[in-house]
Design a protein. Structure first.
Length: 336
């Protein structure tokens, strides 16, 4: 079956998508190339021990980096040269990443999590790169400010992720549908494999780290009890699937229908909070799930409407099938 690449797909839908500019295409191309390099390293991660590359310096005399550091460096290295960005922000960097003056600047801002779920690498679980693209607010030519970066998720111009699993996939949206592409290693291209992804209205999976039960408030416990009860609106318990890798859990639920939850907890009793970062994880996945017909909330508020106060802000996250999210919101509205 003939298939098309990400860029061909973008150009084919040029009329529908205001994003099909040369600069946006360049940005996606660079992201794709970075992801192919990361995918190659992830695929041989298990060989590191076998080949003895465990020290600080490998046999080629190069430093061996942890995979998430490696992914971060690849993304920064490729994207800072692309001439399309005015700034970047990464989960791995405390501050904004400026574009060195030696390289041309552009109008886009890229925010990313270079390797979500990377603590799972040694057990060969799927992990991924999540990205989010905004346009700067202030006029070009001036330095980018934090105000340019701290935009609501609804201002994103595109969002997506790469998942490094049994195959490597890219899923992205510019707001006009969600499309999935699978890396064909024999030709080195991501080919369209999942056009127009729609998440089922009601899911059959719930994904949550239930070991935090004792640290949750009453509405959160009611939410989780609902999904495992035979008396819920589905008429049978949802299946629990949790692997500790957001991108992998989200991807499964996007295709099969379900809900991923990382609620606030009071493991730190002075500061109950969610774990996942708003700007590099929750907002991009929220844009994708909404474009696929699903929803994302912090329990009370739509994730895409949250005004970020800081770059690494954390939020409670409930994301997935529409009817399941509506149920969660009803529990929180009711309170305990
Ligand atoms: P990170 O912010 O340190 O990258 O962690 C993100 C990961 C997610 O992929 C995953 O859903 C979650 O943390 C797992 O956390 P926990 O072990 O508390 O369930």
């Amino acid at each position: 079956m003939p298939s098309i690449t990400v860029i061909e797909h973008l150009l084919l839908h040029q009329k529908e998508s205001p994003m099909a500019t040369g600069r946006f295409t360049r940005l996606l191309n660079e992201l794709i190339l970075a992801a192919k390099i990361i995918s190659r390293e992830v695929n041989k991660a298990g060989l590191v021990d076998v080949l003895g590359f465990t020290g600080e310096i490998n046999v080629q005399g190069e430093e061996v980096f942890k995979l998430d550091e490696f992914a971060n460096r690849v993304l920064i290295h490729r994207l800072e040269r692309a001439g399309v960005l005015c700034a970047m922000a990464s989960e791995e960097n405390a501050d904004l990443i400026e574009i060195p003056s030696a390289f041309p600047a552009g109008e886009y801002i890229l925010i990313f999590d270079p390797l979500d779920g990377s603590s799972n690498t040694e057990s060969n679980v799927s992990i991924g790169t999540i990205f989010s693209i905004y346009r700067r607010k202030s006029p070009a030519g001036k330095s980018v400010t934090m105000d340019d970066v701290l935009q609501k998720g609804s201002d994103q111009v595109a969002a997506g992720y790469f998942v490094y699993g049994s195959s490597t996939m890219m899923v992205y949206t510019t707001g006009q549908g969600v499309h999935g592409f699978t890396l064909d290693p024999s030709v080195g291209e991501f080919l369209l494999s999942h056009p127009q992804i729609k998440i089922p209205e009601r899911g059959k999976i719930y994904s949550i780290n239930e070991s935090y039960w004792n640290y949750w408030d009453a509405p959160t416990r009611q939410v989780v009890s609902y999904f495992k009860s035979p008396d819920n609106e589905r008429g049978q318990p949802y299946n629990l699937r949790y692997i500790g890798s957001l991108v992998a859990g989200f991807h499964r639920n996007l295709l099969a229908g379900g809900i991923f939850m990382y609620p606030a907890d009071n493991r730190d009793p002075k500061k109950p909070r969610g774990k996942l970062r708003l700007m590099c994880k929750a907002a991009p996945l929220a844009m994708i799930v909404e474009a696929a017909g699903g929803m994302a909330t912090d329990g009370k508020m739509r994730i895409l409407d949250i005004e970020p106060q800081e770059l690494h802000q954390r939020v409670p996250l409930f994301i997935g099938s529409k009817k399941d999210i509506q149920k969660v919101m009803a529990f929180y509205q009711k309170g305990s």
